[in-house]
Design a protein around this ligand. Sequence first.
Ligand code: AQP
Length: 328
Amino acid sequence: MGIVLSGVQPTGNLHLGNYLGAINNWVKMQHEHESLFCIVDLHAITVRQNSNELRESVLSVAAAYIACGIDPKKSAIFCQSAVREHTELAWILSCNAPIGWLNRMTQFKEKAGKNREKAALGLYSYPVLMAADILLYKATHVPVGDDQKQHLELARDIAGAFNRNYETELFPSPEPIIIGDTTRIMSLRDGTSKMSKSDPSDNSRINLTDNTDLIAKKFRKAKSDMEEGISYDVEKRPEVSNLIGIYSALSNLSRDEIINKYANAGMAEFKSDLTTIAVEKLSKISSTIKELRENQDYLEEILSAGRDKARAIANTTMQEVRDLVGLR
Ligand code: AQP
């Protein structure tokens, strides 16, 4: 049995990418490991957030975790900023992380874009805070989508650097768990960029709270191409390949089985069946999110219990870290 840690930023509506790339795997893993699932609001503020929306969004993400199948009796669900040790450890780790390692992070380059000089320091050092999130609980397994692989490798390097610098074996090397063929769900409007909460076009993603009509509309409007039929080729047909990937992840059919199934069918039939499968999977999740969202007291209770469980572990680790570093 290991320790599982993962999280999502409360930056908007959770979408199919968050579900298939991350949360769906957490649900399975919580039965095999001690699990902690964080709502990473400190990561969210690396870009400007409205404070009221941020506070509310933490509750929505907690509701989504539970609706997707995270069992709060088994797993701790908590808000990152409620456990102050995350930021304390992040500072200490940042003193052990060479700038050269951070300079390689592609997500910073993508998110900062041309405005790099004006990007916040927190956006740049975000991966160090993520390393702290993981190492604070001595997590051994970190289930994430493919987009987080580089940050996980950095967390492993930072764990190694700290252990070497302080001649200790305090931090285990966290293993990235990236499961299945469909580990990066792409935008429905552009098959070369990932499905994302912050994409200005709502049509680019399927939100976990979308109703049947919206899901049908979004898949109907999803970009495809001029080629005949259904075939998988990420380079030449990124959008169609993404839809096949989504179909496969939702149905447990392999890509080849899907391609054979629609060998003589058109795009409209394929998209209509994809809608049916998505609605089947998501309608229960979306109605449970709505129900839970109306029960704020229950969500607050879950978050408090999760916070207490997380704090107990975080406290012990930080004491060990302070002793090693020589802090009073
Ligand atoms: N498109 C995706 N496909 C597969 N997995 C994904 N994840 C996110 N998008 C996809 C996985 O979901 C977990 C939580 O991600 P996050 O919300 O904390 O941050 P993110 O990766 O930056 O997601 P977004 O939607 O793009 O958020 P914004 O727009 O706020 O930056 C992670 O495990 C991630 O891999």
